[in-house]
Design a binder for this molecule. Structure first.
Ligand code: GDP
Length: 344
């Protein structure tokens, strides 16, 4: 009897494994043959925080990661109102007009707090959203900063396997997102506006340092002259920064996203960057460096998931929280006691 039950369980496990493999195979085949529904489904799978989905997501990603070499990954940042979504729409349209497939993703560390992402709003990037060569993915409603990051990285891999040539990753919200986006792209673009003479104030030094191009957006109408002035100021300011390790000299460009001016120049600049970086080996080195970062990030996420999906662990957390409430134990000692009791 016992043996029969054991065999039955084995058979079911095998069947389940087969079905899962079959699903991943189907998903993968759909994905690489330009089926949007498969891509969306695949993204939902990798975005799942369930441990059971992790293995399946990994199987899929393993197949997909082989496709990721010839793409262009661009990060787009700028304060809210700088015109990021208007720019991405204009830039994306320019690319699709030239036959490129474009995916737009977002990193939004605040989405879990604001319950809903700006990109989820259907009115954004309306024209691009309708373009058959474009895929716009709203930022995931993650539950943690780390969680959101993990998913965007995996989503890049899926989109690239699906044949998207250019991946635009937008920072949405404020906070850590610039650094996170920078760590997953090749080219980092900072959108700026001509200010009232204080162009260089209020910008975090680190962001300028990360930028491969600064685009002064809204350089139209009465704003043309101030934008030209801002360009000169930024060019001067860029000289004060140490040269980049890869030898690239960041450029300042003018654009009007609403009038679609300067868009082509930005695309040319991106191509120039790729040409130069492919020649000096930076592109490959940087992507390898990023792969190592992705690995560490995944280890962190996985460890978290392993613990927090363990019922014994979560109930011990609940218990400890009560002890902390009564000040029976300090949070520091409580944390190490808890982890030590589960990690022998
Ligand atoms: P985001 O918050 O950075 O994504 O900014 P949006 O793309 O939503 O743009 C904010 C506002 O600026 C919108 O009202 C846009 O129409 C406007 N805008 C964006 N780009 C331009 C531009 O190049 N010129 C002008 N005049 N307005 C722009």
């Amino acid at each position: 009897m016992k043996n029969r039950l054991k065999n039955e369980a084995k058979r079911k496990a095998l069947q389940l494994k087969k079905e899962q493999l079959f699903n991943i195979e189907t998903l993968y085949n759909g994905l690489i043959s330009n089926d949007r529904a498969s891509l969306s489904k695949a993204i939902t799978l990798v975005e799942s925080s369930k441990l059971a989905h992790y293995e399946l997501a990994n199987q899929l990603l393993e197949k997909c990661i082989k496709h990721t070499n010839t793409t262009i990954r661009i990060g787009v940042t700028g304060v809210p109102g700088a015109g990021k979504s208007t720019f991405i729409e204009a830039f994306g349209k320019h690319l699709t007009t030239h036959g490129k497939k474009v995916a737009v993703l977002a990193v939004d560390p605040t989405s879990s707090l604001s319950s809903g992402s700006i990109l989820g709003d259907k009115t954004r990037m309306e024209t691009l959203a309708k373009d058959p060569l474009a895929f716009i993915r709203p930022s995931p409603a993650g539950t943690s900063l780390g969680g959101v990051t993990r998913k965007t990285r995996e989503t890049i891999v899926l989109c690239e396997a699906a044949g998207y040539d250019v991946i635009l990753v937008e920072t949405v919200g404020v906070g850590q997102s610039e650094t996170i986006v920078h760590s997953m792209v090749d080219f980092f673009l900072l959108l700026k506006l001509a200010g009232a003479g204080d162009e260089l104030q209020g910008i975090k030094r680190g962001i300028i340092e990360m930028a491969d191009a600064i685009v002064i957006n809204k350089a139209d109408g009465d704003n043309v002259k101030p934008s030209k002035l801002a360009k000169v100021e930024f060019e001067r300011a860029l000289h004060l920064y140490p040269p980049k390790e890869n030898g690239w000299l960041p450029k300042v460009l003018l654009a009007s996203s609403t009038e679609k001016q300067g868009i082509e120049d930005i695309w040319s600049l991106v191509n120039e960057f790729y040409k130069q970086m492919a020649t000096n080996g930076y592109l490959e080195d940087n992507r390898l460096k990023q792969l190592k970062q992705w690995f560490l990030q995944n280890v962190e996420n996985l460890l978290k998931a392993v613990y927090f999906e363990d019922k014994g662990f979560t109930s011990a957390v609940e218990e400890t929280l009560k002890q902390i409430e009564t000040k029976a134990i300090s949070p520091f000692r409580a944390a190490s006691k808890l982890v030590n009791s589960f990690h022998k």
